[in-house]
Design a binder for this molecule. Structure first.
Ligand code: UD1
Ligand code: UDP
Length: 360
C-alpha cells in the first residue's frame, strides 16, 4: 500500500509522527512518503519537530510559505497536484484543520486518490474560523475519517457521512505526548533552573481573533502584565503573535513576564506538564492539558473540542481583561483539578489506525 502523509503546520507533526513510526514496522505492507507543504518554515516552527519527534526528513517539500488564505491554499494545490500525479499513492493521509489539510484533500478528490483524515468531525460551529471551513470540507471529501471523540462521530453522521467510513480511534497527539513525556520530565530540571521557575503560568496565543485585532491583543497584554504580579508568566510566541507584538511595541521587559521564541516539543511539554495553569487559544494545547490534568483556560468563545471541557480541565474565557483576571484567580485558588482522561486517549491510536488500513 503506497501511503503519502502530508504535514504543513506545527500541530501536524505530532499527529503524523506516531503513524509513520507504526507503519514503518511493516515495511512490506506500507510504502511511505512524507510531503511537507512548507506552510510553516521557521526552524522553530518546523525543523525542531523533526528532531524532537524523530520524524523522517520530508521526501518532498512544496515550500509554499506564507500568504493569504486563497494564495496559500491555491499554491499548495498546484504544487501538490504534480507530486500526487507522479507518485500515485493509494492513500493520502491529512491531519487536522490547517490550510494544507484542505488543499491536499481537495487535490486528491479531483484526481480520484483516496484521502484519510486524522482528527475528523471536530466542530466549533463557528464558520468565521478558517479552520472550521477546512474541517467541514475535508470531512466531506475524505474516504476514511478517524475521530478522537464520540461527539465527532455524531457531527459527521449529522452531516450525512457514511458511517462505514468513520472510525473512532482516539487521539493520536496523545501518542506523541505519551512517548515523549519521559524525555520532557528529564529536561524539566534544566528548564526549571534556566528560567528560575517555581509556580508559573504558561501562555500560548495565535488565533487571529485574539492577536490580529489590536484592541484585543493590547487588552490581553495588559492583563498578562497585571497577572505577572501574582504569578510568573512564560509566553512562547507564535511568529504571527511575535510580529504583532513587535509592530505595536506591546511589550516592555518586566519582572516575572517572560516572552520567548516558540519552543520545541520536548521543552514545551516539560513546561506544560509542570505549569500551575495554562492560558491558550491552541487546539492541541486544550487536549494535552486535559490529558496531563493541568488546568487550562482557553481564550475563545467556543471550542471544537468540547470533550476537554466535559471530561478535562479546560474552561472557555472571553477575551476581556476582567473575565480573564477572574478566571485566572479562580483557577489558582481551586486546588481540586478533576482529571478524567477521554476514552482512547491512551497512546495507542496509531496502532488502531494501522489496523483499520490492514482490514480495508
Ligand atoms: C496556522 C493554522 C492554524 C493553526 C496554526 C498552528 C490555517 C488557516 N491556520 O495558523 O489553524 O492553529 O497554524 O500554529 O491553516 N509565520 C512565520 N513563520 C512560520 C510560519 C508562519 O513567520 O514558520 C508567520 C507569517 O507571517 C504568516 C503568519 O505567521 O503570515 C501566519 O502563518 P499561517 O500558517 O498562515 O497561519 P498560522 O497563524 O500559523
Ligand atoms: N507547541 C510546541 N511549542 C510551542 C507551542 C506549542 O511544541 O511553543 C506544541 C503543543 O505542545 C501542541 C502543538 O504545538 O502539541 C499545538 O500547536 P499549535 O498551538 O500551533 O496549533 P493548534 O493546535 O492550535 O492548531
Amino acid at each position: 500500500m503506497k501511503i503519502m502523509h502530508v504535514v504543513g503546520a506545527r500541530p501536524n507533526f505530532m499527529k503524523i509522527a506516531p503513524l509513520m513510526r507504526e507503519m514503518a514496522k511493516q515495511p512490506k505492507v506500507f510504502k511511505q512518503v512524507l510531503v511537507h507543504t512548507g506552510q510553516h518554515y521557521d526552524p522553530m516552527m518546523s525543523q525542531i519537530f523533526f528532531d524532537d519527534l524523530g520524524l523522517p526528513r520530508p521526501d518532498i517539500n512544496l515550500e509554499v510559505g506564507s500568504g493569504t488564505h486563497a494564495w496559500q491554499t491555491a499554491h499548495i494545490m498546484l504544487r501538490f497536484e504534480t507530486v500526487v500525479q507522479e507518485y500515485l499513492p493509494d492513500w493520502v493521509v491529512v491531519p487536522g484543520d490547517v490550510n494544507s489539510t484542505l488543499a491536499c484533500a481537495l487535490v486528491c478528490s479531483k484526481l480520484g486518490i483516496k484521502v484519510a483524515h486524522i482528527e475528523s468531525g471536530l466542530r466549533s460551529f463557528d464558520r468565521t474560523m478558517p479552520e472550521e471551513i477546512n474541517r467541514v470540507l475535508t470531512d466531506q471529501i475524505a474516504d476514511l475519517l478517524f475521530t478522537t471523540s464520540p461527539d465527532a462521530n455524531e457531527n459527521l453522521l449529522r452531516e450525512g457521512i457514511d458511517p462505514e467510513k468513520i472510525f473512532f480511534v482516539g487521539n493520536i497527539m496523545i501518542d506523541t505526548l505519551v512517548t515523549l513525556l519521559p524525555l520532557a520530565n528529564k529536561r524539566w530540571s534544566e528548564i526549571k533552573s534556566l528560567w528560575a521557575l517555581n509556580d508559573f503560568m504558561l501562555v500560548t496565543l495565535h488565533r487571529p481573533s485574539n492577536v490580529d485585532n489590536l484592541t484585543n491583543l493590547q487588552e490581553i497584554m495588559e492583563t498578562l502584565k497585571k497577572l505577572s504580579k501574582t504569578i510568573k508568566i512564560i509566553f512562547p510566541l507564535h511568529p504571527r503573535t511575535a510580529k504583532l507584538i513587535e509592530q505595536h511595541a506591546l511589550y516592555e521587559k518586566i519582572h516575572n513576564f517572560l516572552l520567548t521564541n516558540p519552543l520545541g516539543y520536548i521543552d514545551f511539554l516539560a513546561l506544560e506538564s509542570h505549569a500551575r495553569l495554562v492560558l491558550t487559544d491552541s487546539g492541541g494545547v486544550q487536549e494535552e492539558t486535559t490529558f496531563l490534568g493541568v488546568p487550562c483556560l482557553t481564550i475563545r468563545p467556543n471550542t471544537e473540542r468540547p470533550i476537554t471541557i466535559s471530561h478535562g480541565t479546560n474552561r472557555l474565557v472571553e477575551n476581556k481583561k476582567e473575565k480573564i483576571l477572574l478566571a485566572v484567580y479562580q483557577a489558582l485558588n481551586n486546588l481540586t483539578n478533576a482529571k478524567k482522561i477521554p476514552e482512547l486517549w491512551d497512546g495507542r491510536t496509531a496502532k488502531r489506525i494501522v489496523d483499520v488500513f490492514l482490514n480495508l
